[in-house]
Structures are given as structure tokens and as C-alpha cells.
Design a protein around this ligand. Sequence first.
Ligand SMILES: C[S@@+](CC[C@H](N)C(=O)[O-])C[C@H]1O[C@@H](n2cnc3c(N)ncnc32)[C@H](O)[C@@H]1O
Length: 204
Amino acid sequence: MSKSSRRWVQEHERDPYVRQARQSQYRSRAVYKLMEIDRQDHLFRRGQTVIDLGAAPGSWSQFASERVGAQGKVIAVDILTMEPVPDVLFIMGDFTEQQTVDDCLRCLSGSRVDLVISDMAPNISGIRHTDQARSMYLAELVFEFSTAVLKPGGNLLVKVFQGADVEPYRRRLVDVFQRVKHRKPKASRDSSREFYMLAQGYNV
Ligand SMILES: C[S@@+](CC[C@H](N)C(=O)[O-])C[C@H]1O[C@@H](n2cnc3c(N)ncnc32)[C@H](O)[C@@H]1O
């Protein structure tokens, strides 16, 4: 194992969110990011329809499913396989491919959704501009998709990486949503350039 991999493993083992996730039923520490944003911004309500993009291994889907309850619906998408989450419909596919988007639309059969959440992240190359550009490309696709499926008043939570493209992206959100906020939950590592944009109140 390389020195940097060993350091990553040591930090991972010391991470309180990793320990907490292991002790709970959640599949990933990522759930604590969504929980914090939900506590602050009240993302979920019973009976909602939610689309979870970049869902594997599944902790956001687990939490979303609990929060929307039996009357709600969660559709999860990932390029990787995911162990089934009870009451969550999983679509395996690359979200950059039209086929995957069409599969999502087919599942909705014309109905619109209350909330789109995207924790999608490209494979990190370590080259800052490349990673930022790839992440922004995914965020753009999420934005386009959201404008096609959100109900009036619906919300979008999307992961982005800090960089020059973020401000133009924020302006595009501002054009079609009533409010746009930045969120950097405590569980998101300080060393990571990721943060989340929460766009609320979609104006169709
Ligand atoms: C940070 S993980 C998501 C963790 C998840 N929110 C959870 O709570 O378990 C990012 C996910 O995005 C997925 N992803 C990246 N690019 C994708 C693409 N083009 N299409 C679908 N999923 C993608 C990855 O496979 C990975 O599972």
C-alpha cells in the first residue's frame, strides 16, 4: 500500500462519521451531510417523490425513503450496482447517457417530482481543473433533468466542486428557482472542494 493510501485509511478509520455510520444502519458517512441539510432546510416531507442521482452505496436513498414514508416514492440512479434499499426503485445506468434519463422518465410516467438530490461525483483524477470540469458537466445534466421533471415549487440539491464555473451555474439556478443557497455540511471534509447548492421553489 502506498504512503498516501495508508494515510487515507488511517484518516478514514479515525473519522467520527464513518464510525457513526458503521454503528447505524446507514451504508455511508455521506448520510450525515444530507441529514444536516435536511435539519436546516427541511428538504423532505411525507408522500414526496424524490430522485436520488449518484445513489450508491445507498445511504441517501435509505434516509430519503425513511423521510418520505410509505406514501412517498424514491427513484435512485447510479452507474454502479447497489444493494436493494427497501421501497426504493433502482435504475443502474450512466446518467450522462440519454438511455438512463429515458429510464427515469419512464418510471415517472409523466408525473413530476418534488425533489431531486444529486451526490454524483466523477472519479477524482487529482487534477483540479479536470475534476471541476467533470463535476460541473454532471451538475449541468442534473440541472437540465431537474427542469424537465420538477413540479412547480420543487427543490434541487446538487453537489458541485468549487471553481470558476460555479458562479455561472449559480446564476442559471437563480433564473428558474426562487432561492439558491450554498451548503457545506460538517460531514463534508474541509479538505474536499465539494459543497452543495440547494435551489428551492422551481418556477416552471
Ligand atoms: C459520493 S458517491 C454517492 C454516495 C451516496 N449519496 C450515498 O449516500 O451512498 C457518488 C456516486 O456517483 C456515482 N456516479 C458518478 N458518475 C455517475 C454517472 N455518470 N452516472 C451515474 N452515477 C454516477 C458514482 O458511481 C458514486 O456511486
